[in-house]
Design a protein around this ligand. Structure first.
Ligand code: ADP
Ligand code: MG
Length: 326
């Protein structure tokens, strides 16, 4: 089979181009489907919520999918697709190396660690780095930052942008910011992000932190199942967006201390199996005895070995450690 032989690829720009009436298109937009890309990744059940019949929903999804790459492909074509995965520098060459050359697009990378371990600093740095040209490790693109802990600081972006020779005012223009007040609101923001992502050329989506709202709202065992179900939905939305727009998706997560049979009190990331299985790449961050130095441990990756690296957090941002610190 030759590449793309099965379906002639038609370009559908707007929902209406798929033959969806304007009233239904409006409903779909209300449900968060603003683009053909997002429709291609939708389930029939989701479209039924807009009052669309099963048959019609299938038809729309199929049409939307026809302008996306084919689902069945040969291994060598899969290799080609893997080659479309982009990589974004963290600012630290050791951390980049640990991650196989930077943080990759089309999947979720999770940074977890204690308070002050550098999770939000990395997020800030990535928002600036993504704006750099590819030859400097960037993606020449904009960032979307969903902040749930009110820790995003424009001052920090200013410092980091200046350090990289970017105009700080311009750098801030390329960061789309939203604060999530509740877990529902956090989910709502992501469900409605596709338009903003497309219009602004976003290739970095950050949720800092993924779990804090969920953790504070869903208390006790009886709410655990519901919390996990919501988290699962939220993370799958993020995966879809990262694939549809070839974007890097980064989430942060807190840790909790749990009694462990073998090691006494062990540190675990929040979110249990759902978050563990949905984050493709997980990095555990911790402070070191040497002030600005942080230790990153690659805990899980679909194809990279486990390992550790160090970097530092300074006024300039995320960077390599000095000779003496190594
Ligand atoms: N302007 C700065 N100059 C130097 N270090 C900073 C600066 N801002 C933050 N840091 C460092 O980053 C730490 C906070 O890291 P952060 O990423 O916010 O933690 P968290 O993992 O809780 O998100 C501070 O404790 C400090 O060590
Ligand atoms: Mg933080």
């Amino acid at each position: 089979m030759s590449e793309g032989a099965a379906l002639e690829k038609k370009r559908y720009e707007r929902l209406e181009d798929l033959g969806i009436g304007s009233a239904t298109s409006k409903k779909l937009r209300e449900l968060g489907f603003h683009t053909v890309e997002s429709l291609a990744m939708a389930t029939v059940k989701e479209l039924e919520q807009a009052g669309i019949s099963k048959t019609k929903a299938l038809e729309f999804i199929r049409k939307a999918r026809s302008c996306m790459p084919l689902p069945f492909i040969r291994g060598d074509e899969l290799l080609k697709m893997r080659q479309t995965v982009l990589r974004l520098t963290t600012g630290s060459s050791m951390l980049d190396k640990l991650l196989g050359g930077g943080i990759e697009s089309q999947s979720i990378t999770e940074f977890y660690g204690e308070y002050g371990s550098g999770k939000s600093q990395i997020c800030h740095q990535l928002c600036v780095n993504v704006q750099l040209p590819p030859e400097q490790g960037g993606l020449g693109a904009a960032a979307l930052y969903i902040d749930t802990e009110n820790t995003f600081r424009t001052e920090r972006i200013f410092q980091m942008a200046k350090n990289l020779g970017l105009d700080p005012e311009e750098a801030l223009k390329n960061i789309i910011f939203a604060e999530a007040y509740t877990s529902e609101h956090q989910m709502f923001l992501l469900e409605n992000a596709d338009k903003v992502i497309k219009e602004n050329g976003v290739r970095l989506i950050i949720v800092d932190s993924l779990t804090s709202q969920f953790r504070s709202e869903y208390l006790g065992r009886e709410m655990l199942a519901e919390r996990q179900q919501k988290l699962n939905k939220h993370m799958h939305m993020l995966i879809r967006l990262s694939r549809a727009f070839n974007a890097v998706a980064v989430v942060t997560n807190q840790v909790m201390s749990k009694p462990d049979v073998f090691f006494g009190n062990a540190i675990h990331p929040v979110g249990g199996h759902i978050v563990a299985h949905t984050s493709h790449t997980r990095v555990f961050l911790r402070k070191s005895a040497r002030g600005p130095v942080r230790i990153a441990r690659l805990v899980s990756s679909p194809y990279l070995p486990e390992g550790e690296g160090i970097f530092r957090v300074s006024e300039r941002g995320i960077e390599d450690t000095t000779e003496e610190e190594r």
